[in-house]
Design a protein around this ligand. Structure first.
Ligand SMILES: [Mn+2]
Length: 471
């Protein structure tokens, strides 16, 4: 179906793919199987039972969000809700109860032929049962059932990320205002369940790793398309558009996040949102872009000379970022703390900037004083999965970096390693030849018992490979 993974053709063939015109079906509409969601529910249910009898988890779907006028944002399900249900509708509520013989209840919007004619089909009760629910109800009946379940429960585990109105409704029902009058009420506890789901999500199951690899593969094609388009592009929009068109065509209904395609000085803006500036010759192009396939997102950044050849300064900084990334990736082993990649990468960047004369002073001193933070203004990576900045605890704050990072890596975790060096125009005390260069190299790393596996390894990364891919 899909013409390539690294396994089939090998990474060396990637450059040849630049000119390949092979029709591909892609991954349109691909989803994880029902058994995956059922397994996640079962694991959560086990934890609920450990909390004691009368425990009820309430999981809320993503609410619809306005965009402008009477339009709405494209709907994308909440990741926690999707992970536990596989349901892609707004307005849905999932209940998991430790009591009774029907632990899983789905509450959904009622069918509405008139609305469905405009906005597409709704699940309704029947569809909800088809998603593995032991019982299902539509609203407003669902509301009665929800309040009844809250009344009966002793402990509510709430998984609600963004629906304030819903959260208030649940809290009001579980912890009602008023006085008790000695009826033994007011004994319920409400627990935030998001950390439980986050911990489940932080270790990827084989099916999830597969889907992530697909998102990465699609994104690699998108990056190659953007590199190719950039040779003749006259505006950043054409570079971003080439990526977005390619990944949409390969089955990414959504992007994992808004594409960042900054050229020249714009490459120094970490989350550059506009992608519409004219291009000038000799500039470096930075693109941070990832496709979402089957609810899993890639997160890849490349920085390349659109004319096919790094200038001396661009190459020096690129090689430094590459070396920092290599050092960071090497730390992604089982038992190593998350922050280790940042320690390793930042040390390489700091020392390298001294070697290039951009930072002045002794290497230890420059590093310990953090002078390098002026040009490397972010961390070196984050969890990756259903969310581009995926759920999962980073562990205790590191005393030196004051950032979370003491979490030890386990097999099945996926994270990015993405050092960057940014020297915007007007940087004081820096020779003009270095200015206007922003570089970030970002790859997606799976932690395995055998060491780090670079899921995005087939996208050219070494300076000479990048240049070759542009030819
Ligand atoms: Mn990232």
């Amino acid at each position: 179906m899909f013409r390539r993974t690294g396994m089939i053709f090998g990474c060396a063939a990637v450059a040849a793919l630049l000119s390949a015109q092979v029709p591909i079906a892609g991954y349109h509409g691909l989803r994880l199987p029902a058994s995956f969601f059922a397994g996640n529910r079962e694991r959560l249910l086990r934890q609920l039972r450990n909390m004691g009898p009368g425990t009820l988890a309430i999981i809320k779907s993503m609410p619809e969000q306005p965009r402008n006028g009477d339009g709405e944002q494209a709907f994308r399900q909440d990741s926690d809700f999707y992970y536990l249900t596989g349901v892609e509708e707004p307005g849905a509520v999932a209940l998991l109860s430790t009591e009774g013989d029907k632990p899983y209840t789905l509450l959904v919007r009622p069918r509405d032929p008139k609305r469905e004619a405009w906005n597409g089909p709704r699940l309704g009760v029947e569809g909800a049962l088809g998603h593995g629910a032991d019982q299902a109800f539509d609203f407003p009946k669902g509301d009665e059932l929800l309040l009844e379940a809250i009344k009966k429960a002793q402990r509510i585990v709430l998984v609600c990320n963004l629906d304030r109105e819903f959260r208030i409704k649940i809290l009001d029902a579980a912890l009602p205002l008023g006085t008790d009058n000695g009826h033994g009420l007011f004994r319920k506890s409400v627990v935030d369940g998001r950390h439980i789901v986050a911990e489940m999500r932080s270790i990827k199951q084989p099916l999830e790793i597969d889907m992530l690899q697909k998102a990465v593969d699609v994104s690699i094609d998108g990056h190659l398309a953007a590199m190719r388009a950039s040779r003749t592009a006259t505006n950043e929009g054409q570079v971003a558009g080439a990526f977005e068109g390619a990944v949409r065509g390969l089955g990414a209904r959504y992007l994992g996040y808004d594409t960042i395609a900054g050229a020249g000085n714009q490459s120094c803006i970490l989350h550059y949102p506009f992608n519409d500036a004219p291009l000038r010759s000799g500039e470096l192009q930075l693109m941070d872009a990832g496709a979402e396939v089957g609810y899993y997102s890639a997160d890849i950044t490349r920085s390349w000379p659109r004319n096919g050849k790094f200038s001396t300064e661009q190459r020096a900084l690129y090689d430094l970022a590459f070396k920092a990334q290599e050092a960071g990736i090497a730390t992604c082993t089982v038992g190593s703390p998350h922050i280790a990649a940042h320690y390793a990468a930042s040390r390489v960047v700091s020392d390298g900037l001294v070697d290039l004369g951009i930072l002045k002073g002794g290497k230890d001193e420059v590093y310990m004083q953090g002078d390098w933070k002026r040009f490397f203004i972010h961390g070196t990576g984050h969890w990756l999965g259903m969310d581009v900045h995926d759920a999962g605890d980073y562990g205790l704050k590191d005393p030196i970096y004051r950032a979370g990072g003491r979490r030890l890596l386990e097999a099945g975790m996926v994270l990015t390693v993405e050092p960057g060096i940014y020297i915007p125009k007007g940087s004081e005390g820096v020779e003009p030849k270095w200015q206007g260069i922003g570089i970030r190299i970002e790859d997606d790393i799976l932690v395995t018992e055998k060491g780090p596996k670079i899921l995005s390894a087939c996208l050219p990364r070494k300076a000479e490979d990048v240049e070759r891919a542009l030819r």
